[in-house]
Design a protein around this ligand. Sequence first.
Ligand code: MD3
Ligand code: FE
Length: 207
Amino acid sequence: TEVAPGAVHVPGWLDEAAQRRLLAACRAWARPPAGLRTVRMPSGGEMSVRTVCLGWHWFPYGYARTVVDGDGAPVKPFPAWLDELARAAVARAYGRPAGPEAYDIALVNFYDADAKMGLHRDADEKSTAPVVSLSLGDTCVFRFGNTEGRSRPWTDVELHSGDLFVFGGPSRLAYHGVPRILPGTAPAPLGLTGRLNITLRVSGLTR
Ligand code: MD3
Ligand code: FE
């Protein structure tokens, strides 16, 4: 379903086996060093979401090769299979192959029942390649806004475990956020309390 130009939602793209494999990988990535961390904003507040990065380390607002606002460790590598997964996702959503640039960043966000993400846009990448989003565990309410600012119009969409969302073209710089998690809605076989979101991105940066 195309929610807006370049914003395509593919419910249930990952089957149960694929969800289990991705969850197991996320659990390994969450371990130190360079594991799960709480992001502190320049204003001093902490994000309720916890995050682990692969390939490039995101901090507000930039990218580095070490965990500059955490344990100082080198960021974990971005595996080739995630680039392949991102390309398969773009091809599925748009019905045409992804561009030539390699996907080289994963941001994995962990949401407990009370976590939220305010409306923001992702403008720290130096590439216009689409962002690929994969959801695991509890359902969330995802708010897709406009490119002008944080006010209406917006569209609220439920994202379920296994859903794919691709944001490219005019939607790449749209405001978006996660106002609510629906606790206890994760598929039982997954064995996950809370929600995980994996975004795959092209940095446009050189190592
Ligand atoms: C639209 N994550 O990591 S995924 C983020 O569910 C982020 O954890 C949310 O926003 C989450 O920055 C929403 C959907 C998403 C991700 C990246 C986007 C939507 C996007 C980039 C551009 C436009
Ligand atoms: Fe975002």
